[in-house]
Design a protein around this ligand. Structure first.
Ligand SMILES: [Zn+2]
Length: 321
């Protein structure tokens, strides 16, 4: 949304895959693309010359921050900004000179490739930021799309034990987590996280917790810190929108723990997601639960937003259907 949260006309759709329909000579030369090439677009349209862009952290570029008035970003820029085609829920989309795109590997369908941004987030948080790898125990709190992406990335990175948590009402998503690589699922409304970690790790604790849950602030963060081993890491990507009450800061010192926020994906993490898709070592179709034409966008949004409960995890829209 925009900084002032004003509703503006816009074409939604920020996780986009498409084939090049038309391209000018300069873009062809600059991007190395040709008509017919399939690309996955990042939502960011970074400036390319600020310190964040120059250091590869272009997701932090203010020029593409959707909370800042006047910024450009696919899926949130208004149709009043020419040429209006800024979102994926349309037959054609404009490729701005600042576009960040990835080539879709051969043999990867657009439906699977369209998950490269959420799965890219998984690689960013679990692997690149969290350092998940062999011998490690990883907890993913929250079995939504981003949580499942973290399970996938932790699995692909070789983590030895992956625990995914949720609520009883998330049973179908937790089942999906198992199929995507989770070794244990925990319904935290039946068994508190700390008890489950004690049971599963036989008291050893975990190396990494990634919090992508919408759950209450102090219980979720406090429980996660208690579950960590000494020198463990807690990463959070879920806004709580309220302050943490009764938070025991000292546990960070006694455990020498790392507690940091994470946000979005880097170029490398999206490439890692596409590479996994090409290798097909994990059946990612488990996440892609629904598929519609452009005429059903409203229904698709209600599914993703949880207003209609039909077991949706990732939903794709194909405008040419
Ligand atoms: Zn920039």
């Amino acid at each position: 949304m925009y900084a002032d949260d004003k509703i503006v006309p816009r074409i939604l759709g920020h996780e986009n895959v498409g084939t090049i329909e038309k391209i000018g000579d300069i873009a062809k030369q600059r991007w190395g693309l040709n008509v017919g090439d399939m690309v996955a677009l990042e939502e960011y349209l970074p400036c390319g010359h600020c310190i964040d862009c120059r250091s590869g952290e272009y997701r932090s570029c203010l020029e593409t921050d959707s909370k800042r008035a006047g910024s450009l970003r696919y899926g949130s820029t208004s149709t009043t900004v020419e040429p209006a085609l800024w979102g994926g829920y349309s037959q054609f989309q404009y490729l701005h000179p600042r576009s960040v795109f990835h080539r879709v590997p051969e043999g990867v369908s657009p439906r699977i490739a369209s998950m490269c941004l959420p799965i890219g987030n998984g690689f960013q948080w679990a692997y690149l930021d969290g350092g998940a790898g062999p011998g490690q125990t990883v907890v993913v709190q929250g079995p939504g799309q981003q949580g499942l992406a973290c399970v996938i990335a932790a699995k692909a990175a070789g983590a030895s034990t992956i625990i995914c948590t949720g609520l009883t009402r998330d049973a179908h998503r937790l089942e999906a987590a198992k199929r995507l690589g989770a070794d244990h699922i925990v319904m935290v409304d039946q068994e508190p996280l700390t008890d489950a970690v004690e049971r599963i790790t036989k008291g050893a604790g975990v190396d990494l917790v990634i919090d992508v849950s919408s759950g209450g602030a102090s219980e979720v963060i406090g429980g996660a810190l208690k579950a960590l081993k000494k020198r463990g890491k807690l990463l959070t990507a879920a806004y709580k929108k309220k302050p943490l009450n009764d938070f025991d800061m000292d546990i960070i010192i006694t455990k020498q723990a790392t507690f940091r926020g994470v946000r979005g994906h880097s170029y490398k993490s999206v490439e890692l997601a596409l590479d996994l898709m090409a290798r097909k070592t994990i059946d990612l179709s488990v996440m892609s639960t629904h598929h519609f034409g452009l005429d059903k966008v409203d229904h698709a949004l209600q599914l993703v937003g949880g207003k209609i409960d039909d077991g949706a995890i990732h939903v794709t829209v194909t405008p040419w259907n």
